[in-house]
Design a binder for this molecule. Structure first.
Ligand SMILES: Nc1ncnc2c1ncn2[C@@H]1O[C@H](COP(=O)(O)OP(=O)(O)OP(=O)(O)O)[C@@H](O)[C@H]1O
Length: 393
């Protein structure tokens, strides 16, 4: 049985923490990593591998595999007029069926200024707008600190099944920390994280190991193993976590590589690929075990606007495809969750948005409703304005 990393369960500070999985080499990762979780380690940091083709690496061909974008212009957000929900006074009431539904319900006037502008949670209505689907992942009053640095401070958040959702929020607010809680690489100091209704922090190691098979994770830069070619990188979870015959592995990997437009690149090494190609290879690897939940940590970082738009389209296409398969097979509908700072990507791709700030949700709900929110923070963040509650602090 592979060793399950239990990061941050006993200690909260950086000093003296157990060795992080990110720091392990490929062999350790093979033993310790969940099936499709590959840590946020740029290929360039991997040990140098001399490969015939790598001795004089060709300039990465950025355009390989990409077709011309149909258009980079954003789709109209919705066909029908957005449904506006009443806004509640900051810090008081929550509508819908969220965990805060027991809070006193004091519905106030739309655009009411914050009760106390010096209150750092003045804009956190915590409004949970109904999305009509069960949650694949739920954070229930989660608190997490590293030493004195309190990152999650009472986080209540749901990520719906069958949707592409996004967690948006300022830098350093704890978005990546959320991903690590979902897959059991970090544990809450307080509160609970549920995946398909099961508590991750309370899972025995064997169950945790199985639970991780539900996830595919695409970390920034694809986090490919630099010592393996693209084919072997994508085949890695299948070889580690299934008993599939090599013939079946070849068929699965080839089909996943074709899907992401890298059918021709199986024998290339990560250092021969452009950033966009590495991300697509990482995406193919994240999908190879048919996960129920796919997590993308800033998939658009380092990509130009056109490649970003194309990656967004690819995510939508594959989500739709998996939706159809699951509707036919009856399995859980796929929950794709992206962490991004790119508002254009959010406008184009997101069906559900959670805005995270200071360790709590400001508002969450269907994307078109969030883009039409009357909350000044949400409005500022989703329009990228310099004026508003969010400053440089
Ligand atoms: N293992 C750890 N030990 C100590 N501090 C940590 C650890 N992991 C994360 N942090 C801290 O938690 C905070 C939130 O980090 P996180 O990476 O989740 O932010 P983020 O919202 O994803 O930011 P960005 O958008 O810039 O990527 C940061 O201050 C980070 O330094």
């Amino acid at each position: 049985m592979p060793r399950i990393p239990r990061i941050g369960r006993d200690r909260n500070d950086d000093e003296g923490q157990p060795e992080r999985p990110e720091d392990r080499d490929v062999r350790d990762a093979a033993q310790a990593s969940p099936p499709s979780i590959f840590h946020d380690e740029p290929a360039s940091a991997e040990p140098t591998v001399v490969h015939p083709a790598a001795s004089a690496p060709a300039e990465p061909e950025d355009d390989l595999g990409w077709e011309e974008p149909a258009t980079a212009a954003p789709e109209p957000a919705q066909a029908e007029a957005p449904k506006r929900e009443p806004i509640v006074a900051p810090g008081f009431a929550v509508m819908g069926a969220g965990k805060e539904a027991d809070a006193p319900k004091r519905v106030s006037v739309v655009n009411e200024p914050p009760v106390d502008p010096t209150d750092e949670y003045a804009w956190h209505t915590g409004l949970v707008r109904p999305h009509g689907m069960p949650d694949a992942v739920e954070f229930i009053d989660v608190h997490k600190a590293f030493g004195r640095n309190k990152i999650l401070r009472g986080l209540n958040m749901g990520l719906p099944e069958g949707k592409i959702s996004m967690i948006l929020g300022p830098s350093g607010t704890g978005k990546s920390v959320c991903i690590k809680h979902m897959v059991g690489l970090l544990y809450p100091d307080q509160g609970d994280v549920l995946v398909h209704g099961e508590s991750v922090p309370n899972m025995p190691d064997d169950d945790l190991f199985e639970m991780r098979k539900k996830f595919g994770v695409l970390f920034q830069d694809g986090a490919l193993f630099g010592s393996m070619n693209v084919f072997d990188n994508v085949a890695f979870p299948l070889r580690q976590h299934t008993d599939k015959a090599e013939e079946e592995i070849v068929a699965t990997v080839s089909s996943r590589l074709d899907e992401v437009g890298l059918g021709f690149a199986g024998d290339k090494f990560p250092n021969e690929l452009s950033g966009g190609m590495r991300k697509r290879a990482g995406f193919a690897r994240a999908l190879v075990l048919d996960p129920d939940i796919v997590l993308f940590d800033e998939p658009d970082s380092g990509l130009d606007p056109v490649r970003t738009a194309l990656l967004g389209e690819l995510i939508q296409e594959i989500h739709e495809e998996v939706m159809q398969q699951r509707q036919e097979s009856g399995g859980p509908l796929p929950a794709f969750t992206l962490i991004t700072h790119d508002i254009m990507t959010a406008r184009r791709v997101a069906e559900h948005i959670s805005v995270l700030w200071k360790g709590r949700i400001v508002e969450s709900g269907p994307a078109e409703e969030l883009f039409n929110s009357d909350n000044a923070f949400v409005r500022q963040f989703l329009s990228g304005e310099s004026q508003g509650p969010l400053g440089m602090e």
